[in-house]
Design a binder for this molecule. Structure first.
Ligand code: ADP
Length: 809
């Protein structure tokens, strides 16, 4: 990844180093050229100086030989100055420092000219003169930039007169001209050539301006050192020639190349980085694609649906793993096949070919179609096929994609469900109860069985009527038990009579039937809350019940009549007393009226007594009449004390005749009871009568002939009741009697009917009460028995009646 980048960098480095190396080489070559050229220029200047020196020395020799006088000198000087422009002036100075003759070029300023006859002024010229005199050698002045003779180079050539010093010839060069004429033009064209003094100060010529320090070390710019200087030899160190190379265009070209290469490298590197990033992105995309492909492949392989692709000619181009697994043929065996396909059962071939032709023509069925498929092993299975067009990226159809699902199992389940549903409906239809289900607050009938349809038709009217008549049951419970259904018939498993269910018996006029209606809430299959009503025809039962009730009533009346019949002699005895009294009073009054012995007042008193006796007899008869009169069962809020009083009144007739004492106690503040008072009185009379008979049979002495009746409030299983108990001192109950006590027509008495106790119990129980009998023991001896029963106090009757204190008779 980084190798191409490294290669580019390496290439760049190689270019830079090659470029640097070449540049250095070139610089060296340049340096060398400068050196050569400077040497050459120096040579030329030196040569020129030496030639002039030579000529001056020749003049000097000629003067020494006296061959030249002042005039001659001036002539030669003039021709020389004209001929050699660098030579500015030529003077002859004698041994006493006096100027003998002098010729200066016209361009020389007057104050710089040596006037003949003038003595040399002390100064530089004068000291050079001294030096030439002492050395007897030609001496060059050391020009300085600051001296008055700036720009001048003086040459003192001594004159010798027979071995003695005879003055000097002073030649003055213009340094400027020396540079201009001495340095060859090809050198001065190439370089900035300058003449410098011994301290490096510029005397003549030009210099190249100093470059910026940055430019000096950049590789493509020539270094400052590209210059060379060398002393001009006859003058010595006082005059130095220097050449500086101008900057060549090569740097520009070099740097241009450098920039080109650099830019190209940078671009290459940038492209490489771009390429690398692109590659990385592509790799990522590729990886994502591979993951996606794997995911799809896994999905495709794990899919249970078979997939098959056909091209436009109906050739198989693709099958997935599920398809191969379903049919049993491998991918290699299927791909490339044309119809008829190997998995087509022979018998269906024509049909399937037609179907395929249809599909290829584009007549697809949106719901798919069911076909039979042959496996490789020859077995068949049912499958459902769906076809959809395969469209490529350009929107062109390239073939058909078919999905295949094995529907053998769903078919089987459907059949099972069908059968189960049939069983279920058969059972429900055959049920002798009507079943209907309707959602709450809707007229829709979700389900109705045959009997319902027979009774009410196919609308909800009957359902709603029954719900209304039966009363709305409690709000449905929300627990899961609502959903628990019998796996066999799909009916709710919860008790239909449970708290949440309504249960009522209603009479439907339209049908003329008594119906028992049970309803409960259930979650219907679509999640709606619905109410199910199950109705059973109970007309027959109802009739039987009514008949039984009427019969019971008749039995009760009969029993009361029997009781009265049994008590007939007692009643007769009871009635005998008032009647006898009336008779006596009447007889007494008759005899006294006859004897006119009676006062009106006595008569009135006697009549009054007679009337009271008659009243008493009438009361007894009235009481008996009320007791035995057949009346409709009539439950009402009855006062316990009154019921007890009336019962006692009746029973006392019998008890008195049998010489049995009755004491009764009624607790104060007893609640009223919701009962039929005649029936309760009947029970009490019966119990009291049995007690008296038992005492009679036991032949108890007078002191032990007593019966006790107690009425007290009690609580049975947390429920308030009123308990009536009759205790006698009779012979008690033998075990075999105890076992058959409430059996109808069971009696131990010669003239007994044996229906009293059985009726008593049914009366008590019809008032939701209970009855029980037990013996009373005195040690191990039976001292009598106790019959008791209780009647519950219903909530509505829980008001207080009776008197403040108990009543005891
Ligand atoms: P009946 O009095 O006509 O015999 P009952 O049904 O009143 O019919 O009584 C059934 C039987 O129960 C009586 O024959 C008697 O043997 C017994 N029995 C009822 N009350 C008593 C009692 N207080 N003491 C002893 N036995 C009794």
């Amino acid at each position: 990844m980084l190798a191409p980048l490294a290669a580019v960098l390496l290439f760049l480095a190689a270019i830079v180093s090659a470029f640097g190396y070449l540049r250095l080489e070139e610089m060296e070559r340049e340096q060398e050229a400068v050196k050569r050229d400077v040497e050459y220029a120096q040579q030329r200047v030196r040569l020129r100086l030496l030639e002039r020196q030579e000529q001056l020395m020749r003049i000097a020799r000629d003067i020494s030989n006296k061959e030249v006088d002042e005039e001659e000198f001036m002539g030669r000087a003039e021709s020389m100055v004209i001929q050699y422009p660098e030579l500015q002036a030529l003077s002859w100075i004698d041994e006493r420092r006096r100027v003998k003759a002098s010729y200066a070029a016209p361009s020389v300023a007057v104050n710089q000219q040596h006037i003949p006859g003038e003595v040399l002024r002390p100064g530089e010229t004068e000291s050079m003169y001294g030096l030439a005199r002492d050395l007897l050698q030609p001496v060059y002045s050391q020009p300085g930039a600051e001296t008055d003779s700036a720009g001048l180079l003086q040459l003192h050539v001594p004159l010798t007169d027979q071995g003695r010093f005879g003055g000097v010839i002073l030649g003055e060069y213009s340094i400027d001209s020396l540079l201009r004429y001495g340095v060859p033009s090809e050198v001065s064209a190439k370089y900035a050539v300058a003449l410098l003094d011994g301290k490096g100060r510029l005397l003549a010529g030009s210099t190249v301006p100093v470059r910026s320090p940055i430019a000096s070390w950049l590789p493509w710019t020539a270094p400052q050192a590209n210059e060379y200087e060398v002393p001009v030899s006859p003058v010595g160190n006082g005059l130095v020639i220097r050449a500086q190379a101008y900057r060549t265009s090569l740097g520009v070209i070099g740097s241009g190349l450098f920039w080109l290469v650099g830019t190209l490298s940078a671009m290459t590197a940038w492209m490489l980085i771009g390429n690398w990033r692109h590659t990385r992105r592509r790799l990522q995309a590729q990886r994502a694609l591979v993951a996606e492909t794997n995911f799809r492949r896994a999905m495709e392989n794990s899919m249970l649906t078979g997939m098959r692709a056909l091209d436009m000619q109906g050739r198989i181009t693709y099958v997935n793993a599920a398809f191969c697994q379903m049919t049993g043929w491998s991918e290699a065996e299927l791909v490339g096949r044309t119809p008829p396909f190997p998995y087509w059962p022979e018998e269906d071939r024509e049909l399937l070919a037609d179907r395929l032709e249809d599909e290829l023509q584009g007549r697809t069925r949106p719901g798919g179609f069911q076909v039979r498929v042959k496996r490789k092993d020859g077995s068949r299975f049912d499958a459902r096929l769906y076809m959809s067009p395969l469209v490529d990226a350009k929107g062109r159809q390239t073939g058909w994609m078919t999905s295949m699902t094995d529907i053998t199992e769903p078919n089987r389940i459907r059949e099972q469900l069908q059968a189960s549903h049939e069983r279920f409906t058969t059972v429900l239809e055959a049920l002798d109860a009507s079943v209907s289900v309707a959602p709450l607050g809707s007229e829709e009938l979700l389900f109705a069985n045959k009997l319902y349809r027979q009774w009410f038709g196919t609308n909800t009217a009957g359902h709603l009527q029954m719900v209304a008549q039966a009363g709305v049951p409690d709000q449905p419970r929300t627990d899961e038990s609502l959903d628990e259904v019998d796996s066999f018939v799909g009916l709710p498993t919860g008790q239909l009579e449970a708290v949440q269910a309504g249960n009522a018996e209603i009479f439907v006029h339209e049908l003329g039937k008594w119906l028992e209606v049970r309803s409960r809430y259930l979650n219907w299959v679509d999640g709606r809350l619905a109410q199910m009503v199950i109705t059973t025809d109970i007309t027959a039962r109802r009739l039987a019940e009514e008949q039984a009730a009427a019969q019971a009533e008749r039995a009760q009346t009969a029993s009361r009549l029997i009781t009265m019949g049994e008590m007939a002699s007692s009643v007769a005895h009871e009635l005998n007393q008032p009647l006898t009294a009336i008779n006596n009073y009447c007889n007494g009054m008759v005899s006294r009226i006859k004897g006119k012995q009676i006062q009106e007042q006595d008569l009135l008193a006697a009549l009054d007594k007679t009337a009271r006796q008659a009243q008493r007899a009438g009361q007894i008869i009235q009481r008996i009449r009320t007791f035995v009169k057949r009346s409709e069962p009539n439950r009402q809020l009855a006062d316990v004390t009154q019921m007890v009083t009336e019962a006692v009144e009746l029973a006392e007739i019998e008890l008195r005749r049998r010489n049995v004492r009755l004491s009764h106690y009624v607790a104060a503040r007893l609640p009223q009871l919701m009962v039929d008072p005649i029936l309760i009185e009947q029970v009490l009379v019966n119990l009291l009568k049995n007690a008296a008979e038992s005492i009679e049979l036991a032949q108890r002495p007078t002191a032990r002939r007593s019966v006790e009746l107690r009425v007290v409030p009690k609580s049975v299983e947390g429920q308030p009741v009123v308990e009536f108990s009759v205790r006698d001192s009779g012979q008690g109950l033998a075990p075999e009697v105890m076992a058959r006590l409430y059996e109808a027509f069971f009696s131990t008495k010669a003239e007994g009917m044996g229906i009293g106790l059985s009726l008593c119990r049914s009366i008590v129980e019809s008032h939701q009460g209970r009855m029980l009998a037990e013996n009373i023991y005195n040690g191990t001896e039976v001292a009598g028995c106790l019959f008791s029963f209780w009647i519950p106090v219903s909530g509505a009757t829980n008001n207080i009646a009776g008197k403040d204190a108990g009543v005891t008779a």
